[in-house]
Design a binder for this molecule. Structure first.
Ligand SMILES: NC(=O)c1ccc[n+]([C@@H]2O[C@H](COP(=O)([O-])OP(=O)(O)OC[C@H]3O[C@@H](n4cnc5c(N)ncnc54)[C@H](OP(=O)(O)O)[C@@H]3O)[C@@H](O)[C@H]2O)c1
Length: 273
């Protein structure tokens, strides 16, 4: 960012006093992002962690509240809910309102929860509209509606910076055989967040592609993928130690947030940070 007299500003040392809402925070990339945000926000901040598994979420909550940042006045709330359901979105917004206070200067929403969908079949196998609808509901509609609800609950005003992260993928840009649902969902999300960035110039919007991560989703990718060459690519990446850790990828996202130089709405890949 540039100052009003045109000087290039150094990256901020922290993310200020913030409300952070993270979906899919119980494991994998979302958990790593929660741990990083907890260290980078100022005392008086709050984190709202969302996933279906209450037990896993509470384990992350305990880790955070027992950390140094937690002891220094960070509030961590959990919402054990399926983001594909309307009442869950209401619950997330209610919890976010409850922990928000006027001293907070930033809101960061991390739309991270996702599913891979059925990768054991090709596009020609998706004859059941209900299956496709259910996939898109969880992976596209829920991110759109949660973002919209939080933007309405916390309208733009001077002194409040609002930032929405879409956890994206290379699959938003490139077709992968037998990954029809996943590629479609990620492409739709990228476009939706580009439109949002055009509509709300004050908002900071980023589609971040975290790279191939050593998580449960990768296990599914290398064991269930129908297309033999795609399946082999993922098995080889695992066998040859080419997967990134969630911590390494989350560190790159934190760098982007601290520098705050990205063009709103753009897709940024971990390997370009
Ligand atoms: N892994 C990769 O190689 C890779 C590559 C590119 C992009 N990504 C993206 O990175 C993000 C995180 O992926 P990951 O690899 O960390 O996946 P993961 O290990 O499968 O974790 C997914 C997270 O989302 C939560 N979740 C799933 N369905 C949910 C639902 N209906 N409601 C609420 N929470 C739900 C899960 O918790 P519960 O099961 O407890 O609900 C979990 O916390 C995703 O957006 C993924 O598409 C991953």
């Amino acid at each position: 960012p540039r100052s009003s007299i045109g000087l290039i500003m150094p990256p901020a040392a922290d993310l200020g006093r913030a409300l952070c809402v993270i979906t899919g925070a119980s494991r994998g990339f979302g958990r790593a992002v929660a741990l990083d945000l907890c260290r980078l926000v100022q005392p008086g901040s709050a984190l709202v962690l969302v996933a279906r598994s209450g037990a896993d979420l509470r384990a992350v909550q305990a880790e955070l509240t027992e950390s140094e940042a937690g002891r220094a006045g960070l509030k961590v709330e959990v919402v054990a809910a399926d983001v594909g359901k309307l009442e869950s979105l209401e619950n997330i917004v209610r919890t976010s309102r409850d922990v928000f206070n006027d001293e907070m200067e930033k809101i960061i929403l991390i739309n991270n929860a996702a599913s891979l969908g059925d990768v054991s079949k090709y596009v020609k196998g998706f004859t059941d509209m209900a299956e496709v609808d259910a996939y898109l509901s969880l992976n596209v509609s829920s991110a759109m509606c949660l973002t919209a609800r939080l933007l309405q609950a916390f309208p733009a005003h001077a002194g409040l910076r609002r930032c929405v992260i879409n956890v994206s993928s290379l699959c938003a840009l490139q077709p992968f055989r037998s990954w029809g649902l996943y590629c479609t969902g990620k492409a739709a999300r990228d476009m939706m967040f580009k439109v949002l960035a055009e509509e709300e110039p004050e908002l900071r919007v980023l589609s971040y592609s975290p790279g191939p991560l050593d998580t449960q989703m990768q296990v599914e990718a290398r064991t269930k993928t129908a297309d033999p060459s795609i399946k082999k690519t993922f098995s080889n990446m695992f066998a040859q130690g080419q997967l990134l850790t969630c911590e390494a990828s989350s560190a790159k996202l934190m760098k982007l947030l601290l520098e705050d130089k990205f063009t709103s709405g753009e897709h940024v890949d971990v390997f370009d940070v």
